[in-house]
Structure formats: C-alpha cells, structure tokens
Write a protein that binds this ligand. Structure first.
Ligand code: DHB
Ligand code: FE
Length: 289
C-alpha cells in the first residue's frame, strides 16, 4: 500500500525562479531566501519519495480565463514548463505518474470531489519554483527532477474559489486514495503558494508577518480550526493573493493526525520577507506512521 510520508509547504514567487535561472542566488538580496531552503534540499536528498503530489495554482497559463477548473489533476505522462512571457524556464520537464493519478482521481471523485481530469497541460512557476527550491536548480543535458510528480491545480485566481474547509476535506480524501493504492509507494504531498502578498490595487505590496506566523502556528497545531478561516480573512489580512494559502490546507488535511493518527513532526520551519512582493513561508512536516 502507498503511504503519505510527509508534507511540504512553500511559497512559489516567480522571481525566485528567475534568480536561480539567471545565476543570482548568491546576491545579498536572495541569500537569506535560499539559506532557508539549505536544510530542505538535503532533507529531499535523504528522503526522496517515489512520487510528489504537488498542489499548486496555475496563473492563467495552462487555463486561460476562458476555462477555469476548480480542482484539476494531471494524469499525463509528462508536463512541459510553460512559457510565461520570458520563455520557458530552463528546467527539466516534469514526469508524471499516470497510474497513481488515475487511481487518485477514481477514489476522490467517488468520494464526491468533482476533479477535472487533465491529460495534457503545461506547468508554470506555481509548480516549477517549489521544485527548484526543494530540489536545487537542475540544468544541463542530464537534468531531471528526482521523482515523478502529479500536478494538482487549484483555482485561486478567479472567484468563486474553494474554501479552506473544502480543501482540508479534499486532503483527507487524497490520503484515503493514496492508502488504497496497492503498490508500496512513498508519497509526499506539497501545498504551495502564499504567504501574504497582494500584487495589485491600492494595497499592492501588502505583507503581514504577524498574521502569517499565527496562521502557520494554527496550521501545524490546530488544522481543523485553521480550515475554518474564511476567505475574507485571507484577503483582508494576507492580501488578495494570500488566498493561495488555502492550497496548504489540502496537504495538511492529508496528514495522519487528521485521520486520528499521531501528530506530525515539524522537521523544518522558515519565514522570510520579502521576496519580490511576497512573504516566503516554508514548512516540512513528517508523518509518524
Ligand atoms: C509574485 C507572487 C506570486 O505568487 C505570483 O504568482 C506572481 C508574482 C510576486 O511576489 O511578485
Ligand atoms: Fe502566485
């Protein structure tokens, strides 16, 4: 049987990808950001899973405003990094896991979550920047991500977007789906996006360090209460793009304690402001199973 062994949470600021791609990661502005992921890169090497189930949001890249699925599961054999306006990032294509993805779709849809099945999709910074942060920059002929990835896209761009409670419940259904897969795979679930940021309007540049850290405390220690955070709180306290944080609740809902198991171990926690316009938050939680 497959198992979710850990969850990883991280922001996806596109400028982080650009800093890596342009060789700027040692500049004083970026040093503190990448320092926060030194532990994580070693942890990934020591704990490479068989598959990453990567919850992220597309930024009108694969899904234009013409068609916006609320939850979309990538079932393809591979996913190409998208051209977001400056050419595609020079990172490896993402290898999928069609068999596990199809199994999860089957189980989760039977559990009343209406996923969109995606058999062809490009992936943007929402997915590639978390991979770069956790797996280091992969360049050159032999470059490859360390394992297959199932992309799981959530609409947090155009309202109505799903609420935290629904995301949290969906995480529980994903855990159940993974545990009913009959091959012994080590699966990590990642929740990405956030933390506080607002990219437009009168409050552009908003960052709320206090709220972010209180929310992280609650996500770790009382995820059920955290799942009750209404949309308006994210938008008021964490800015319009702070709503990306509901995606972290999918990963948190998939952890063992939510299903009555042991509390996870907080292996790593990091917070830094600013990176571009965004507060960077990062957690690694290990399941004790
Ligand atoms: C920035 C952050 C995002 O989440 C995003 O999708 C685009 C830009 C930023 O901080 O600039
Ligand atoms: Fe974003």
């Amino acid at each position: 049987m497959a198992r979710i062994t850990a969850s990883v949470y991280t922001s996806h600021v596109p400028a982080i990808g650009a800093a890596l791609d342009l060789g700027k990661s040692h500049e004083p502005y970026w040093q503190p950001v990448f320092k926060g992921y030194e532990f994580s890169k070693q942890w990934m090497k020591d704990n490479t899973p068989d598959v990453i189930f990567l919850v992220y949001n597309d930024h009108a890249t694969a899904f234009s405003l013409e068609m916006i699925p609320t939850f979309a599961i990538g079932c393809a054999a591979e996913f190409t990094p998208a051209d977001e306006g400056w050419g595609p990032r020079p990172v490896p294509k993402v290898i999928g896991h069609p068999e596990l993805a199809a199994h999860i779709a089957q189980s989760v849809i039977q559990d009343d979550f209406d996923l969109t099945i995606v058999n062809k999709m490009d992936v943007d910074h929402g997915l590639t920047v978390p991979l770069s942060l956790m797996c280091d920059q992969q360049t050159g002929e032999s470059a490859a991500w360390p394992c297959p990835v199932i992309p799981f896209a959530v609409n947090v761009v155009q309202y109505p977007v799903p609420n935290g409670r629904r995301c949290y419940n969906l995480g529980q259904a994903i855990r159940k789906a993974v545990e009913s897969y009959d091959r012994p795979l080590n699966v990590q679930i990642w929740g990405t996006g956030g933390m506080s940021h607002q990219l437009q309007g009168a409050r552009a540049g908003l960052i709320n360090r206090e709220w972010d850290n209180a929310w992280l405390d609650q996500l770790i220690n009382d995820p059920d209460a955290c799942a009750a955070t209404p949309h308006i709180d994210y938008v008021r306290e964490a800015g319009s793009e702070g709503i990306e944080l509901v995606m972290w609740l999918i990963a948190r809902g998939a952890m063992a304690d939510v299903a009555g198991g042991a509390k996870p171990t907080v292996r790593h926690r990091f917070y830094h402001v600013p990176a571009s316009n965004t507060a960077v938050g990062h957690l690694i939680l290990e399941n004790n199973i």
